[in-house]
Structures are given as structure tokens and as C-alpha cells.
Design a protein around this ligand. Structure first.
Ligand code: DCM
Length: 126
């Protein structure tokens, strides 16, 4: 079975990107990522992305265009990422250590997880 993790590049009206700081596992804790998570069996990737953002951030997102294709992750997982905007709610760190909205000139202010860095670059380019 395909092992897919979905991620959201959530952008606000000012063009800032939402970065989320991982709380776990220990080897990833403190690193910054695009919010998201694993797709459940039988679940669509779109539904998984909406669900994860609801669970992790307490927001309803509207999913836009995909950013790139399959981004490699450790353990045989692939990460698929979509642009998104918040349709309802205000993000809060329910499962993360912290959240930050980063402007285009602030994207290097956090330590992105290695897997997320090239994706952030791709988002930056559009
Ligand atoms: N992951 C990542 N970048 C993301 C989301 C997830 O590198 N934006 C990785 C971290 C975990 C795995 O994918 O090793 C599963 O993520 P989670 O624990 O959030 O389901």
C-alpha cells in the first residue's frame, strides 16, 4: 500500500506561510514543518488534509493547487502538499509546540525539517 503523508502550505491574505513546530517524536521535535499527517486507509488525500488541519490547528481549510509532486520522506513515505487558505477559524497549536506566520523574507527564520525545506522553496517561488 502507498504510504502517503499530506501537508498544507497555508497562506494568508498577506502572503504569509504558516509554519508549525513539531512536538514529537524526539528526533523531529523543535523542527518546523507544514502541518499535515498520514492518510488513513480508505480516506482521500483531500479529506486527510482537511481533517489533519482541523485536528492540529482547529481550522477549516480550503484546499488549492498542489505544490510539486511526490516529495520523499524517510521510511518509504511520500509527502504531497497543497496550497490552502483558512476558510474558518484561527490556527492554534493543538499538537505543535508553536505556530508562526512567516512573510516571504522570513522563511529562513525557522529550522525547517529537511523534508520540508525544498517544498518551502517551491512555495516561495509562486
Ligand atoms: N513529516 C514531514 N514533514 C511534514 C509532515 C510530516 O517530514 N510536513 C514526516 C514526519 C513523520 C512523518 O512524516 O516522520 C509522519 O508525520 P506525522 O507524525 O505528522 O503523521
Amino acid at each position: 500500500m502507498e504510504k502517503v503523508v499530506v501537508g498544507a502550505a497555508i497562506v494568508d491574505g498577506a502572503g504569509r506561510l504558516l509554519a508549525a513546530q513539531r512536538a514529537d517524536p524526539p528526533e523531529l521535535a523543535g523542527g518546523w514543518e507544514l502541518p499535515g499527517g498520514k492518510v488513513d486507509p480508505g480516506e482521500s488525500e483531500h479529506a486527510a488534509l482537511v481533517r489533519e488541519c482541523q485536528e492540529e490547528l482547529g481550522v477549516l481549510i480550503e484546499v488549492g493547487e498542489q505544490v510539486g509532486g511526490d516529495w520523499a520522506l524517510a521510511g518509504g513515505y511520500v509527502l504531497r502538499v497543497w496550497l490552502a487558505v483558512i476558510a474558518e477559524g484561527r490556527p492554534e497549536a493543538r499538537e505543535h509546540l508553536d505556530l508562526r506566520w512567516l512573510g516571504a523574507d522570513e522563511l529562513d527564520d525557522v529550522a525547517w525539517l529537511p523534508a520540508d525545506l525544498p517544498i518551502v522553496r517551491a512555495v516561495q517561488g509562486r
